[in-house]
Design a protein around this ligand. Structure first.
Ligand code: GUN
Length: 293
């Protein structure tokens, strides 16, 4: 058997195209959707994500109000910037790129963002709304995973989904969304404290790998016919690559393809969906600000 490889790049492009149409329609009515991305410092992965976001904003026709602060910027400076973006009616979405430098309290910064502009879905109000199924903003990567499952026609209703990883950004929210009534899966969350991980992953109809460990999910850990969603983005050294590294997922891809029914690749799987869902959330924030949603 060879798995169907889910083309996240193509799905993300189609989401962005839909967003672009709605951005244009909203603009005709006088609201130009705008996102402010705040980057502090020069973390290479963060710089690369922020560059991707700027490209997507241009593609969907949104305004880009990005701000780059130096790595030694004071926490108070960042908080003052967030306050000014909160107060600016021309800014609909605010995203502070994580991780922040060590001297800045991440939780404090996230909590300073107006929940109405929290297009990352990281504010406790957004998290709470997601958990109780109220409208808000869904975090981009977990939401992207759900959209990929839906577009690939993967049934979640009554299935056993096993999530490996319990981060606030991916593992926890994806487990909540899979267990929500709309998806209706039965969910197991595994983490670094799980004993005999493979005994759980082998039960998964849907396996979501979000542990951040390169190729930790090997083919023998996958139930034949399972759908495997790889959220891992790991840089591994590769002297033959132009940049000296390449990206691999949490799943040992080629052997896993022989066992799974569906699988997402890395790159071009879940990754592009994160930015596409960010564009969708920013559009939603702009529509809400305009009284249209
Ligand atoms: N760093 C890695 N992923 C993300 C994300 O989705 N949002 C933010 N703000 N920072 C990140």
């Amino acid at each position: 058997m060879s798995a169907t490889v889910i083309d996240g790049f193509a799905v993300a492009a189609s989401v962005r195209a839909q967003v672009a149409e709605s951005v244009a329609a909203l603009r005709e009515k006088g609201t130009h959707a705008c996102l402010a991305v705040v980057l502090v410092g020069e973390d290479p992965a963060s710089v690369s994500y922020v560059t991707g976001k700027a490209k997507a904003l241009a593609e969907v026709g949104m305004l880009d109000r990005s701000v780059h602060l130096p790595a030694d910027a004071a926490e108070s400076e960042l908080l003052a910037l967030v306050a000014s973006l909160n107060a600016d009616p021309g800014v609909h979405g605010i995203l502070v790129q994580l991780p922040l430098p060590k001297h800045i309290n991440e939780a404090k910064v996230i909590m300073a963002i107006d929940p109405a502009k929290d297009v990352d879905g990281f504010h406790p109000v957004s998290v709470g709304n997601m958990v109780i199924g109220r409208p808000g903003f869904l975090p981009c990567t977990p939401h992207g995973v759900m959209v990929l499952l839906r577009r690939a026609g993967i049934e979640t209703n009554g299935k056993h989904a096993v999530v490996v990883g319990r981060s606030n950004i991916v593992g926890k929210p994806v487990a909540i969304l899979l267990a929500a009534r709309q998806a209706n899966a039965t969910v197991t969350v595994c983490h670094t404290g799980t004993k005999d991980l493979a005994s759980f992953t082998r039960q998964a109809d849907i396996l979501v790998a979000a542990a951040g460990k390169p190729r930790m999910i090997t083919a023998d850990m996958i139930k034949p016919g399972a759908a495997v969603i790889d959220v891992g983005v790991n840089r591994v050294e590769d002297p033959t690559a132009k940049k000296g590294f390449r990206l691999v997922g949490d799943v040992d891809f080629a052997p896993a393809c022989e066992v799974a029914s569906f699988i997402t690749p890395v790159p071009r799987g879940v990754g592009p969906m994160t930015i596409a869902m960010l564009m969708e959330n920013t559009l939603l924030a702009a529509r809400r600000a305009a009284g249209e949603a």
